[in-house]
Design a binder for this molecule. Structure first.
Ligand code: NAG
Ligand code: NAG
Ligand code: NAG
Ligand code: NAG
Length: 435
């Protein structure tokens, strides 16, 4: 190997041992190209669990501008080179909800809240909602900007795909494992991606889970990040087009963004979402939401009790998966990395859903055939649920809009054996619309 990493920058790889191996395989396949790369970074990647020094910095085309504690890594399948780091987002909203709801004192209190939430003629919401509240602050968001390997800003498309994950996940949903990486699929189609841990998940800040971490603030954070990408604040790279790709609650945030800021996105893809809410009550019952610090003490010991996780792997399977259309190892990895949701988000989860009358770009709606949460496990009953979203929420959408039911998949599409079908449909939609 005649590649030489200079300097002393230490990059700690955040991934798992499995990915480390894929990383070295991907590196091997690029070693010949590396000589021709300019080497803007002089860092050595230290693989956390293998303690092998390993240089990938030469694969990276851009700058680390805008990221604090930046780490370079390859995507799960090796098609993208990514900067992961913290970005500070200064936002405010006047439409958070004042909630008359205190920090739950015990798991009994949490479970009782869901009993009352789901009880017939429940008055819980009238008791809890207290009107608009203003929240502002500067929040640290852990984000990941990925470029296709070999990408050059001058030659390549100037569209970036901006990804927002759903409840139960963090940004790893988009790069879950080899063959299950949306980021790899986008990179293979020529697109950079930007993904991040929603406020209150992963390595992002975890502020007050009741009054602060709510839908409206999440929408403002996404809006601010999109503006920053357009302005070139991350990696010194401006993007002329931003294509939004959401999953589930991430799709709901995009509905809010396209309604409030119709010029933010040039195209929007809503996955794991439909207008059918028949399965939502079943879902909240099934989730068996548990206080995160008690359910996962090794991971979430310090979080206040308004941070919740699904109670067990059985809850997880019921809501997110369709058996046998998944690899049990992917399922196990999901359960062991499951992420939090807050009471603030649960009480405001549908708030961003209003028609985006002024959004004129194309819309793609992609849903698993057996999605429990948004179709009560049958997205063709009483007729195709995916085709109903655009006419109802996007009356001015361009005629390049599409809809697709992913055969066989459940709610967490990217974690099913059919993930590649969804990835291919979405990249085709983006390309045919000219981005
Ligand atoms: C955040 O933005 C507001 C208004 O846009 C400004 O007044 C405030 O100084 C900013 N705070 C930080 C920490 O940048
Ligand atoms: C719900 O409450 C309303 C009055 O607030 C009542 O008219 C209605 O019958 C109740 N429905 C059920 C299913 O109990
Ligand atoms: C889903 O609903 C459709 C329409 O009612 C029905 O024809 C189909 O058999 C259902 N699918 C399953 C797997 O039950
Ligand atoms: C879509 O709209 C464009 C013009 O805005 C038009 O040229 C094209 O024929 C339309 N396509 C369809 C399938 O309606």
């Amino acid at each position: 190997m005649d590649f030489q990493a200079k300097g002393h920058g230490k990059l700690i790889y955040e991934g798992r041992a499995l990915q480390c191996i894929q990383l070295s395989v991907a590196y091997q396949s690029h070693r010949f190209n590396m000589r021709s790369f300019v080497l803007p970074f002089t860092s050595v990647l230290i693989l956390a669990n293998l303690s092998v020094a390993f240089p990938i910095a030469g694969l990276h085309p851009g700058s680390l501008e805008g990221f604090k504690d930046a780490v370079l890594s390859l995507s799960a399948g090796g098609s993208a080179i990514c900067i992961t780091g913290t970005v500070a987002v200064n936002v405010s909203t006047s439409t958070n909800e004042k909630l008359h709801f205190g920090e739950p004192s015990s798991q009994f209190a949490v479970t009782e809240t869901f009993v009352e939430f789901l009880s017939v003629n429940s008055s819980l919401q009238t008791r809890v909602y207290g009107g608009d509240a203003s929240v502002s602050g500067t929040f640290n968001i852990n984000a990941k900007l990925c470029y296709p390997v070999g990408w050059s800003a001058k030659k390549s498309s100037k569209a970036i795909q901006f990804l927002i994950h759903g409840i139960g996940f963090d940004k790893s949903y988009w790069d879950f494992a080899k063959q299950y990486s949306y980021i790899d699929a986008a990179a293979a189609a020529g697109y950079p991606t930007f993904s991040y841990d929603r406020l209150g998940t992963g390595a992002s800040d975890h502020p007050n889970p009741i009054q602060v971490v709510q839908s409206s603030l999440q929408v403002e954070i996404a809006h601010s990040l999109i503006q920053s990408l357009r302005a070139g604040r991350f990696g010194s790279q401006k993007f002329d087009y931003v294509v939004g790709v959401g999953h589930s609650f991430g799709s709901i945030q995009f509905i809010g963004i396209t309604a409030t800021y119709p010029k933010d996105l040039d195209a929007v893809i809503l996955t794991g979402f439909s207008l059918n809410t028949n399965g939502l009550g079943l879902t909240f019952a099934d989730f068996n939401l548990a206080i995160a610090s008690q359910n996962q003490p090794l991971r979430f010991a310090n979080l206040p009790s308004g941070y919740l996780v699904t109670g067990s792997s059985i809850s997880n399977q019921f809501a997110f998966f369709r058996y046998p259309q998944f690899d049990p190892r992917v399922f196990a990895q999901d359960e062991s990395t499951k992420q939090t949701v807050t009471f603030g988000e649960i009480f405001t989860v549908t708030k961003p859903i209003v028609p985006a009358e002024y959004f004129t770009g194309p819309v793609d709606v992609v849903i698993g055939e057996f999605d429990m949460i948004f179709c009560q496990a049958n997205c063709t009953e009483p007729s195709d649920q995916s085709v109903m979203v655009q006419p109802a929420l996007y009356p001015a959408a361009s005629n390049g809009s599409q809809a697709y039911i992913v055969p066989g998949a459940g709610h967490a599409i990217n974690l099913h054996l059919e993930a590649n079908k969804a990835f291919a449909q979405i990249q085709g939609f983006v390309k045919v619309n000219g981005f």
